[in-house]
Design a protein around this ligand. Structure first.
Ligand code: ACM
Length: 386
């Protein structure tokens, strides 16, 4: 295939800076999907050609680079962002210029844009099952620690409400800037160990997440006794933290690398072939992979880079993802996703302990947030084959 007649798409994931560990995994998922699409003949016989910029994890750069992709590179389908603060920078740009933006990251909800396809979990798909799991298995006294930006503050607001509905209590709540040093994490870790909560809910992201887990371990915190539960600590961060400090901690996500299904084995094999390892495969990587495949299927149907027609084709579209079957909800542009809860074992691998029976409808505005709705839908999982 010649590249002259390619379909140009824009990519905004950071390969440097505080969130580069997770964003690199999202970039890899995106590039793997593009390889697969192109190897299968492209879209209507034309290859997808990515134009990729590195925003260096600097929030304002995402908006500026989105503008550059649309105005200078004349691209109207964009993929990118991890932090909600960076998505908020891109949002007005794609709305003003009527571009289509694919966001493959869990987030705090309470947003809808006709120009965004949301591929990550909303709080009803992860926070609500996680709160339920913590209160049932560990206790009702929870301490919150987060990075200081919109996602942690908003998702803690939701978590606080869900815990209170279930009779739980928030013992404390702390936020840290992106330049927080290890001494600050050592102090809060000691404070938490002294306070003895039943569990910690962490919305600390990126490099800081690694510092926090290590500080908790150094202060004598033991995940097997009082776990840190998080939505933003995935396989890549666990690998960086190390199995010794990570054991016992908990993450809720639609996807874990340890899922034992044909679709996931195929995905991991292809990933390993391209990148040499599966060490950094995360739920956000998988979401990015799925979004690119779903975009390509919509483009195949529509045959042109028309935002409105692509949007229409994407609503209700489904995909047999590595996590299981997923579908874009035509009501709100978010995605029906699987929901799993996993715990890190001694080898540093996530062992899935709980999952819902079927993909959960996204409810970004928490119209149906009742915690008791979830317990009967979950099932205990005996081993890693979830
Ligand atoms: C996030 O900021 N949405 C993880």
């Amino acid at each position: 295939m010649s590249s002259d007649d390619s379909w140009k798409i824009g990519i905004l994931f950071s390969t440097t800076g505080v969130t580069s560990i997770i964003e690199q995994s999202q970039l890899n998922g995106t590039l793997l999907a593009i390889d697969e699409i192109n190897a299968a003949g492209g879209v209507r016989g034309r290859p997808i050609a990515p134009v990729s910029y590195n925003p260096d994890s600097v929030v304002s750069c995402y908006g500026e680079m989105a503008e550059k992709l649309i105005v200078e590179d004349r691209i109207t389908a964009l993929f990118g962002c991890y932090m909600s603060s960076s998505r908020k920078e891109v949002l007005p740009v794609v709305e003003r210029r009527n571009a289509l933006f694919f966001y493959p990251t869990l987030y705090e909800g309470f947003e809808y844009s006709p120009n965004v396809i949301y591929g990550g979990a909303t709080p009803n798909q992860n926070s609500v099952p996680l709160a339920n799991h913590l209160m049932n298995n560990f206790g009702k006294r929870i301490f919150f620690v987060g990075s200081d930006y919109i996602y942690p503050r908003e998702s803690n607001r939701v978590m606080r409400n869900v815990l209170r509905q279930g009779g739980g209590e928030v013992l404390g709540e702390r936020y840290y800037d992106f330049d927080a040093d290890t001494a600050q994490f050592a102090r809060i870790a000691q404070e938490i160990v002294d306070l003895k909560p039943d569990a910690i809910f962490s919305t600390v992201v990126g490099q800081m997440c690694i510092d926090f887990y290590r500080a908790y371990h150094a202060a004598g915190g033991d995940g097997r006794v009082c776990p840190i539960a998080s939505l933003t600590t995935n396989e890549a961060e666990i690998a960086a933290i190390g199995a010794g400090a990570a054991v016992g901690h908990i993450t809720a996500a639609p996807y874990f690398r340890t899922i034992n299904s044909p679709a996931n084995r195929k995905f991991l094999k292809a990933y390993k072939q391209k990148f040499g390892t599966v060490r950094d495969v995360t739920s956000c990587c998988e979401a990015a992979y799925c979004q690119m495949h779903m975009f390509a299927a919509a483009l195949e149907e529509v045959g042109e880079m028309d935002t409105d027609r692509l949007h229409e084709a994407l609503l209700g579209a489904s995909f047999d993802a590595p996590q299981g079957h997923i579908k874009i909800d035509p009501d709100n542009n978010h995605t029906y996703l699987q929901s799993r809860i996993a715990r890190v074992d001694e080898r540093g691998e996530f062992v899935i302990e709980n999952k819902v029976r079927r993909a959960i409808k996204p409810d970004p505005y928490l119209v149906y947030p009742g915690i008791h709705d979830w317990s009967f839908r979950t099932q205990k999982v005996a081993q890693t084959s979830a």
